[in-house]
Design a protein around this ligand. Structure first.
Ligand SMILES: *Cc1c(COP(=O)(O)O)cnc(C)c1O
Length: 444
């Protein structure tokens, strides 16, 4: 057998066009696939193999084309039991947040235009007035994510100066976010005080110098220190900082606006509490417990927010129109006092276990398979480590992988998302938890 037995590229292209490949994938990409397929066939023949026939070559080129263009970012069913799963895209958006994104996505918008005044406006108006009203904050600023928010705050307020933080809070959140590294990148000098398990107010007091720019408090996020531990309260830190006319910046991480204790969980510190305690700036994520799009939100003292706003870094990490549209819609749910009904993350947290049990049973009936068993979910997203919510699972034999498919819809499809399951805005009823791996929530 010789290489000359292989069809030419031209001939293969003709065949590919006949079966519709060129129409679906375009000529340049189809040609690329044919060239690669032929190269592989030549290598095969040189190695003593049988030359593939034309049909096989076309099938192979088609397989390549499909693989190249298959979307890698696509919807999945979250059956991990972790509501805010960083690997699975964190918070699912509400219907109106999704709609708000669509409304500005395929046309022009007032992103930086003030219709009332008939002149140029600012993208900062869209979410910030809502945040101020909702949180009773003096000022607010939205950036691309919370890591960027913290970096901006440190860069703008503490570059070449000192930031004092408790040793127990030098955390790594995941995804490469480490407080000491962010500090280094900002140009601020890290002054760590206290010990791994215990830090006292006097440790902070002793570390304050004329080079101190601010005191930083970082939420422990995805771990807990238990036993012989102590850290000063935020209000104590604020009292100390105020005596020296210094700000306290609170990296709250998950940024709960509602009290998780109302849903049988431990209390997760809220943004409102941090502001009431007197934190000069509070930073939190948009896509953790807030239940909105990826964003970093800073609220607090106007003088400081204005300083961040003017920093050149702010321009590099600004949010886009889709983010702002979804964020504004999400914040509106809180203002309308409908968050637990409309925001999927909170709806999942608030779903009574009986409902989850009924849903699991409905799935079992639909699939004619599986066993409804008791289980535990966690919130995830760098909040409430070790805390669990009781739930009901459908235990399935995973050797039947096709059992779960989007074609299945349980009889009681009612639009409420499962605590252990993901929420898909327009798809079938979410599937209840299939497996539970304790300790898998990811903070970052
Ligand atoms: C999650 C988290 C961050 C990072 O927020 P992103 O929005 O993921 O950038 C920073 N700090 C804390 C305490 C966090 O929990």
């Amino acid at each position: 057998m010789s290489l000359r037995d292989l069809p030419s590229v031209d001939r293969l292209l003709q065949a590919a066009t006949t079966v519709g490949l060129e129409g679906r994938f375009g000529r340049p990409l189809t040609l690329q696939a044919l060239h690669e397929t032929l190269d592989e066939a030549r290598a095969l023949i040189r190695g003593g193999g049988q030359p593939p026939d034309e049909t096989t070559l076309i099938a192979e080129a088609s397989r390549r084309l499909e693989a190249w263009l298959a979307p890698t970012l696509r919807p999945v069913i979250n059956a991990t039991g972790v509501i805010l799963h960083t690997n699975l895209g964190r918070a699912p958006l509400s219907r109106s947040a999704t709609q708000a994104m669509l409304d500005v996505a395929d046309g022009y918008s007032t992103l930086e235009y003030d219709l009332g005044a008939g002149k140029r406006g600012s993208r900062e108006t869209h979410a910030e007035a809502l945040l101020r009203r909702l949180l009773d904050a003096e000022a607010a600023l939205v950036v691309n994510n919370n890591a960027a928010a913290v970096l901006l705050a440190l860069t703008a307020l503490a570059r070449r100066r000192e930031v004092v933080i408790a040793r127990s809070q030098l955390v790594e959140i995941g995804g490469g976010f480490r407080i000491p590294d962010v500090m280094k990148e900002s140009g601020a000098r890290l002054v760590e005080v206290g010990t791994t398990n215990r830090t006292h107010l006097r440790d902070f007091e002793a570390a304050l110098t004329e080079r101190t720019a601010l005191l930083l408090r970082a939420h422990h996020s995805n771990f807990r220190i238990v036993g012989f531990t102590t850290e000063p309260d935020l209000s104590e830190l604020v009292a100390l900082a105020r005596r020296r006319a210094l700000p306290v910046v609170d990296d709250l991480g998950s940024g709960a606006l509602l009290d998780t204790a109302a849903f049988g969980l431990a209390h997760e510190p809220t943004v409102q509490e941090s502001l009431r305690c007197g934190a000069a700036l509070v930073a939190f994520s948009g896509d953790k417990l807030l239940g909105g799009p990826q964003a970093g939100i800073l609220v607090g003292a106007k003088a400081l927010i204005d300083c961040l706003r003017r920093h050149p870094l702010a321009r590099a990490i600004r949010p886009d129109k889709l983010c702002l549209a979804a964020l504004a819609a999400t914040l509106t749910h809180y203002l309308r006092d409908e968050a637990t009904r409309e925001i999927p993350v909170w709806r999942m947290i608030a779903t009574p276990p009986e409902d989850l049990r009924a849903r699991a049973a409905a799935w079992a009936a639909t699939l004619q398979s599986g066993e409804v068993i008791h289980g535990q979910s966690t919130v995830g997203g760098g909040s409430l480590p070790e805390e669990t919510l009781p739930t009901w699972l459908l235990a399935l034999n995973t050797r039947q992988p096709n059992l779960i498919s989007e074609r299945h819809r349980p009889p009681d499809a009612g639009g409420r998302a499962g605590r252990a399951a993901g929420h898909r805005p327009a798809g079938p009823q979410p599937f209840p938890g299939v497996l539970h791996r304790p300790g898998t929530p990811h903070g970052g």
